[in-house]
Structure formats: structure tokens, C-alpha cells
Design a protein around this ligand. Sequence first.
Ligand SMILES: [Zn+2]
Length: 333
Amino acid sequence: MIGDKNPRTIDATHATHGIGIEIGDGGMRMIAARADNGERTSTRWHRRLHAPPSPDEALATINDLISDMLAAKNTHQPLDALGIALWGDIDPVRGVMLSVPPAIGWDEYPLEATLTNRWEVPVHMQSAVAAAGLAETIFGAGIGHQVVLYVHSGRTIASALIARGEIVPGASGRAGKLGHWIVRPDGPRCACGQRGHLDPIASAQSIVRTTIGLASGSDESTASMLRVSGGRAEAMTVRQVVQLVNEGDPAARQVLDAAWDALALALANLVVALDPDIIVIGGPPAEAGDAFCEPLRERLSAFLASWRATPTIAPGKLDSHAALLGACRIAVP
Ligand SMILES: [Zn+2]
């Protein structure tokens, strides 16, 4: 979980105070929380940048945020460490950014070293998916499990492997890009330009968009879609698509059957390779709970047949707080 770049020892008799920061998600949203000896904390600070920022603009906002937190009346402890969880592509081994869509100018930006120089404390950076997986392992659905495969589905699908409480790092930060896992070579085109990838069939965003497109061809499905979404089909959630399936809507059924089939196929291959004892589903599908996970588990079980037990598939328990809690944990383990 922690690289060798910022070695430090923690004196067990001395409290350690860090700050965890979650960056990104669409444009640029930052949330920060204190992390005191790894405890969960409820005090949060928010900043929002309305346009995708340059690295310098984002850094200025991060520094303001940290300064405000340190100046707050109830946080007079010194800063010992920073944990950063970022919704974008990063290389946690080198501590550099790879990309932060849709912002530009982030390629190879040395965020970890820049923050280390500014604050003179150890800075640990992870992808938000890895951070969220770590938080679910320690505080949420993965408690008590040795090897947790965390699968986050939102705009894209990505995963992290948490083994014995530690994030298993890849060589370059690109492990777990499940959205580009090939599940159907003749399938729809992915945003990356290739065909057959998991994202255009099974990401939370694709599930909602495909359902809207398919349901629009039927008056009955359109009426159902408007009803479950409160008249705002464009804001429909995966939980509401699952609700449509349970009410017998054929359009939603077609979309989710394809998504569950494709996701189960990818997960079956991952289970063979990684041997997790639980798969935790994060992101919008987790809001649907077991109603999303159980059909997935049935399909996974059929793929794995009888040669091994099917791992538990559980919805995440930390909702949208997972990545920030993970950032705090990365700062102060
Ligand atoms: Zn792709």
C-alpha cells in the first residue's frame, strides 16, 4: 500500500494526524477529511472547481483546502501525512498522474512530489478505486475477508485487489481497467475505439444510457421509465433500472441480462486468476444492493460450475464515502 519513497516510522505512543483528500469525479471536486490514527472522521471540507482545472489551478485549491483545515479551530494538531485518492489514471508507484479526464495537462504531473515539497510530510497517492476498495475492506463489506476484489462501476468499470489489508499494486498503475476486458469480440464499440469491451455493455453509465435508448422505442417502457425516475429519465439510476426489471419491463431486462452476463464472464476469469474470497461491488450498482448482486452471483456460479466455490458477491456499504475514507487510511494506516 505504501511505497518506499516516503519511509517513516510511527511512534505508537504519539498520535498521528493526517489529511485524506479525494479528487475528481466528473469536473473536479475535492473533499478532505482528517485522519487521526486511521480513525473514521465525520468532519469534511469541500471545494469545487467548475471547469476542468490545470494542474497548477488544482494544486492551488488543494493547498488552500489543507491550509483551511489546519487553521480550523478544532484541528490544532500538526500535519503528519497526506493521502490522496484520485478519480483518474495515476501511477502510484512513481507518484505521477497519467490522465484526469476531462482535464488536460496532467500527463506525468508529479503531484506526490509537489505536495511533499510544499508540506514536508509523506504523501501517499492511490487511484480512487483502490482507495475505495481499501476502505470497503477495512470498514465496509469486506471486513474479515483475506482477499477482496473490489469492482467499481460508474462511467467506467475498474477494479482493485486488496490482499490482507493491503492494496496490491501493479507495475504502472494500469491494473484493473476492467472496462477494457474483452467479453464479446463482436460487441458494441467502447469509448477507447475497440469492440467487445465490458464498458459499453455493463458500466453503470452504459446500463442507464442503453436502457433509455431501448425503452424509448416502446410507449409502455417509456411510461415505466418516467415513473421510476420521477419524470427525469436522463437522471435514472442503476437502482431504478433494476426496479424496472423486477416489475417485468422487457427493455430493462434485456439491458441488465446483457450486463450481468458480460460482467459475470469477466468476473469468472478474474476469480480463476486471483482467487478472491469476496467480490465487493461499488458505485451506483451498489445502491441496488442484492437485487443487482444476486443475479450476478447466479451467473458467476454457473460459469465456475462445480470445481470451486463461488466467492461471495456483496454490494459496497460505504456509498460515495468509500474513496475519501480510503484516502484517510492511506494517509494514516
Ligand atoms: Zn475499451
